[in-house]
Design a protein around this ligand. Structure first.
Ligand SMILES: [Zn+2]
Ligand SMILES: [Zn+2]
Length: 330
C-alpha cells in the first residue's frame, strides 16, 4: 500500500528489449524483457508481460492485476506463462491489448502461448479468472473502486450478474466506460491510449496513467522510432508528465550505423528520447528497452551521455536509465 504523499509507485521488472539476456554483462540493469508495474490507489497495473513478470509474480501478491500490452511482440508477452497468478483460482487478471493488431491477444494466448505443442498448459486449464479485452485509441479506461454489489450493478448495468458469476468476491475491479454515469464510483486513475505507427508491423500503443486526485501522470512509450523534429503525437500525449518511460534501444552511433542498419526496426536512440522528454516538458525521463547487445558499461555510458545532452539542451529533466528491481515514487 502506498503511504504518506506517494500516489504512484513505478517499479521496473524487465527493461531489456527483444530477448532476455542473463549474464555477467547485464547484472546492473537487468536482462529480463519488458515489464513494469504501477501501483496507484488500490490498483496494481502491469505494463507488458515480458520475462520480468515472472519475478513480479514471485514478489507481489494481489487478487486483481490489470495488464496493458503495448503490442504483441514476443518480448512483451513471453513471461505470461510463467506468471504464477495465471494459475491461481483466487486471482482475476484483466488484460488489455491494442485493437489494431492483426491478431487478438485472446487468439495468441489460446493458440500460441498456452497451446500444444508450444506449451504444456492450455489457456482454459489455467485457473485464474480472466477478462481479455481490446482497447481502441478513442477509449479511456477508468480504474474504479468497486466494493459492493451495488457499485457493481451501477457500473455494469444488466451485465453485472455475469461479472459477479466470474468473480463473486469482487474487489476494486476496474472497467472500461464510454460514458459518464452519475452512479459510477469515482475513478482512482484513468488510462489513456495513443497510437504509435513507427513500429513494424502493426505499431504499438502508448499508455498514459493519470492519478485522479493529484493529476500525476506516467507515460509509457516503448518500441518507437523517432520522427524528424520529434514525434508530435507523443510530445502532445506526454505533455507535462511526471514520468516518461521511453524506448532507448540504441546509442547514437548504433542508430546511425551504415554497417548493421537498424533504421526501421522501430526503436530509438537515447538522444531522441531526451528530445521528446524536453519538448514535452516532462519531469523525469526513464530510458529503457535496451538492446540485448548493450552491456551494463554501454547502458551506463548512455545514461551519462543522455544527462549531458539534456543539460546541453537546457532541459530541466531528470534522466535515468531503468534498472531492474528498482522503483520511482511520485
Ligand atoms: Zn520490444
Ligand atoms: Zn516490438
Amino acid at each position: 500500500m502506498l503511504v504518506n504523499d506517494i500516489y504512484m509507485k513505478l517499479t521496473f521488472w524487465g527493461v531489456r528489449g527483444s530477448i532476455p539476456v542473463p549474464g555477467e554483462s547485464t547484472v546492473k540493469f537487468g536482462g529480463n524483457t519488458s515489464c513494469y508495474s504501477i501501483e496507484t490507489g488500490k490498483h496494481f497495473i502491469i505494463l507488458d508481460a515480458g520475462s520480468g513478470i515472472r519475478n513480479l509474480g514471485k514478489e507481489i501478491s494481489r487478487k486483481v492485476f490489470i495488464i496493458f500490452f503495448s503490442h504483441l511482440h514476443h518480448d512483451h508477452h513471453q513471461g505470461l506463462p510463467f506468471f504464477k497468478w495465471m494459475y491461481s483460482p483466487d486471482c482475476l487478471i484483466n488484460m488489455y491489448s491494442p485493437l489494431r493488431m492483426n491478431r487478438s491477444l485472446s487468439s495468441i494466448l489460446k493458440t500460441e502461448l498456452f497451446d500444444s505443442p508450444m506449451f504444456p498448459v492450455l489457456l482454459n486449464d489455467t485457473k485464474s479468472k480472466k477478462i481479455i479485452e481490446e482497447v481502441s485509441t478513442t477509449e479511456s479506461i477508468r480504474l474504479l473502486d468497486i466494493h459492493t454489489k451495488k457499485d457493481l450493478k451501477a457500473v455494469f448495468g444488466k451485465k453485472w450478474e455475469e461479472i459477479n458469476e466470474i468473480y463473486p468476491s469482487l474487489e476494486n475491479l476496474h472497467t472500461k466506460v464510454h460514458f459518464s454515469h452519475p452512479k459510477l464510483p469515482k475513478e482512482t486513475a484513468v488510462v489513456d491510449v495513443c497510437e504509435n505507427l513507427s513500429h513494424p508491423q502493426n505499431g504499438t500503443f502508448f499508455y498514459k496513467i493519470t492519478e485522479h486526485k493529484t493529476g500525476k501522470k506516467i507515460v509509457y512509450a516503448t518500441d518507437t522510432e523517432p520522427f524528424k523534429g520529434g514525434d508530435f503525437n507523443l510530445i502532445k500525449f506526454s505533455q507535462g508528465a511526471d514520468i516518461l518511460i521511453h524506448d532507448s534501444q540504441f546509442t547514437e552511433k548504433q542508430y546511425y550505423s551504415r554497417g548493421f542498419v537498424v533504421q526501421g526496426f522501430g526503436h530509438s536512440d537515447y538522444k531522441s528520447a531526451v528530445e521528446v522528454g524536453f519538448a514535452a516538458g516532462v519531469k523525469n525521463l526513464v530510458l529503457t528497452h535496451f538492446d540485448p547487445n548493450n552491456s551494463d558499461t554501454v547502458v551506463e555510458k548512455m545514461e551519462k551521455d543522455a544527462k549531458a545532452y539534456a543539460k546541453e539542451l537546457g532541459a530541466k529533466l531528470n534522466v535515468i536509465a531503468a534498472r531492474e528491481g528498482t522503483s520511482l515514487e511520485i
